[in-house]
Design a protein. Structure first.
Length: 290
């Protein structure tokens, strides 16, 4: 498949200089000031729009599944450009129950709609990504944005990746955005975080195990091993891991208490974060079921 741009890549600052990407971004999100558009989450939305348009995967005949979809803006945008959209999440459960996955989404998706949408084309279901309650080959497109890294340990993540591929039809597209380290740092190793947990009596890195770090971000190798390989699908392009120096102009420190401290004191650009060690940003993956 020959594509007009690199889709399988890391988010970088220069992406937001692209008029096509900005136009797609503005279609999806509600109106906000231009400086607030410089956010990696909105970049993920725009990449979904640009990719699905380029490969001709939108239209009234298209069925789309959103996994861990919450009530994201892109979900509502898709109802205006596809025939059937199913949003799944563990609504009302887990760490995002009070934010992106509120229980009332099941009964009243209109309450979260950023603009008019085709309500009759949206179906909202409570579902665990690791065991999707759909037959094989049910959807033309499956997507999940900045969620799979939160699904649990490597086995849970692999199970979710396999499930998303299973319910995809032949020729269909799987779009995944997740978080990828932009380097290596010893503080990000699971065994070191586990040692910190033991030495602190659980006050530091309370959920770390010898094989699972607290920081829910993948190295490029883990991305291949834990997410891409279990799908059994092929990336439409090799993953591009390069980012510009400009991308690091406002690294945001993610605190243990959930606080965000930007290097410049400004909230935007919101592209690169760091916690205990190496910085990270969003990675966008597009896979095709042959």
């Amino acid at each position: 498949m020959t594509l007009s741009r690199q889709y399988v890549k890391l988010c970088e600052r220069e992406d937001f200089d692209d008029p096509q990407l900005l136009a797609a971004l503005r279609e999806v999100i509600a109106e906000i000031p231009p400086e607030r558009q410089l956010h990696r989450k909105y970049w993920e939305y725009a990449m979904v729009v640009l990719y699905l348009r380029e490969v001709g995967a939108l239209g009234d005949a298209t069925s789309i599944l959103g996994v861990a979809a919450g009530h994201e803006e892109v979900l509502y945008w898709l109802t205006n450009h596809a025939g059937h959209v199913v949003a799944t999440d563990i609504y009302g459960e887990g760490g995002f129950a009070g934010r992106e996955a509120r229980a009332d989404m099941l009964a009243d998706p209109d309450a979260f709609a950023p603009y008019p949408y085709r309500r009759e084309r949206l179906e909202v279901r409570h579902a665990d990504a690791r065991a999707l309650d759909f037959p094989n080959a049910s959807f033309d497109v499956v997507y999940s944005l900045s969620s799979i890294e939160h699904f649990g340990g490597p086995r849970d993540i692999a199970a979710a990746a396999r499930e998303m591929a299973r319910v995809l039809r032949s020729g269909g597209h799987l779009l995944l955005a997740t978080e990828c380290f932009l380097g290596r740092h010893i503080a990000d190793t699971a065994i070191l975080q586990y040692a910190a947990r033991l030495l602190s009596g659980g006050r530091v890195c309370p959920t770390a195990t010898p094989g699972h770090r607290v920081t829910e971000v993948f190295t490029p190798a883990e991305l291949q091993r834990r997410v891409i390989a279990p799908t059994g699908l092929d990336l439409v392009q090799p993953l591009s891991l390069g980012v510009s120096r400009r991308t690091f102009e406002n690294v945001i420190t993610f605190g243990a208490d959930g606080s965000l401290t930007p290097a410049t004191g400004e909230d935007y650009p919101h592209i690169v974060l760091r916690s205990r060690g190496a910085p990270w940003t969003s990675a966008f993956l597009a896979l095709r079921k042959s």
